[in-house]
Ligand binder design. Structure first.
Ligand code: ATR
Length: 269
């Protein structure tokens, strides 16, 4: 049987997901393929799912900007997706089931690097859609959290929706003063276009600077800590681990893989 899976989002021109999922098909010996569907929201999003059902697709990944909007199209949601308020994986049969594997991806990325965040003092930059899975994991670790976001009321409503009651919320003036954290995590999209990141020199990091962005070499955020005596971790392995869990949801098989090998094949190292 040929297994059709795919990706829905907009834009999709930089995605690595087809490469990663095709690797998983190869590594598991399953026969399948991965297609990208660049789709806008609203009626177009709904029509895309109708089409995928008609062509017997087993599932799709969902990426920006549809992770929240697709929730309304699901027949059921697994509890993690419901708690996070975002769906990045859909299993398709005669019904649509929504999952979130970003949180597991983030958690595995930290564990793989040997980091344990339980009870640690953490600074999270950014509190948009991309930070929601991160917040879910941080909450499960019981961290002492400070969040910095440009738009405070947006961050406030995200923290409230996730019942993250004891987080301290700040604007970017916070990073102009001396502070020290065990982990500093970037959940923003700052620097994606121009490579520039705000000055982080006053914010010390004891254990690791962690970015959910990834690129060849250091991301703009990680460059801020290039001379610091702390670990530096970008989000590529989060992408691979969330993809592996998604593959398991669609096929029933968790693939064998090496993050380093995939990263090398994509020219990221
Ligand atoms: P969204 O918030 O629209 O779901 P996202 O990619 O998930 O999009 O999140 C983008 C994050 O990067 C947000 O925290 C955003 O801050 P706002 O909530 O204030 O929009 C942050 N971000 C993006 N560009 C930024 C900039 N130039 N300066 C500061 N923060 C920025």
């Amino acid at each position: 049987m040929f297994i059709n899976i795919g990706l829905i989002g907009q834009p999709l021109n930089h995605t690595f997901s087809p490469f990663i999922q095709t690797r998983f098909f190869k590594n598991t010996g399953l026969n399948g393929g991965y297609c990208c569907f660049e789709t806008s929201g609203g009626e177009a999003l709904k029509e895309t799912f109708d089409t995928l059902k008609r062509y017997s697709f087993k599932g799709v990944n969902v990426t920006v900007p549809h992770k929240q909007e697709v929730m309304g199209l699901m027949d059921s949601l697994e509890p993690t997706a419901e708690d996070i308020g975002a769906v990045n994986v859909v299993r398709i049969s005669d019904k649509l089931e929504g999952f979130n594997t970003d949180a597991e991806g983030f958690q595995r990325m930290l564990a793989d690097a040997g980091y344990s965040l339980s009870g640690k003092k953490v600074l999270l930059l950014g509190c948009g859609g991309a930070s929601m899975a991160v917040l879910y994991v941080l909450k499960s670790f019981g961290v002492k959290l400070t969040v910095v976001n440009r738009t405070l009321d947006k961050a406030e409503s995200v923290l409230k929706s996730m019942s993250f009651d004891n987080a301290v919320l700040q604007d970017y003036n916070f990073i102009k003063a001396e502070s020290e954290f065990d982990y500093v995590i970037n959940g923003t999209s700052i620097g994606l276009e121009d490579g520039l990141f705000p000055d982080m020199s006053r914010v010390s990091c004891r254990e690791a600077a962690v970015d959910i962005q990834y690129k060849k070499g250091l991301t703009p955020f990680l460059k801020c800590y290039s001379d610091a005596d702390c670990g530096k971790l970008d989000g590529f392995s989060m992408l691979v681990y969330q993809a592996a869990k998604a593959f398991e949801i669609w096929t029933g098989i968790y693939p064998e893989f090496s993050v380093k090998k995939i990263s090398g094949e994509l020219g990221l190292i």
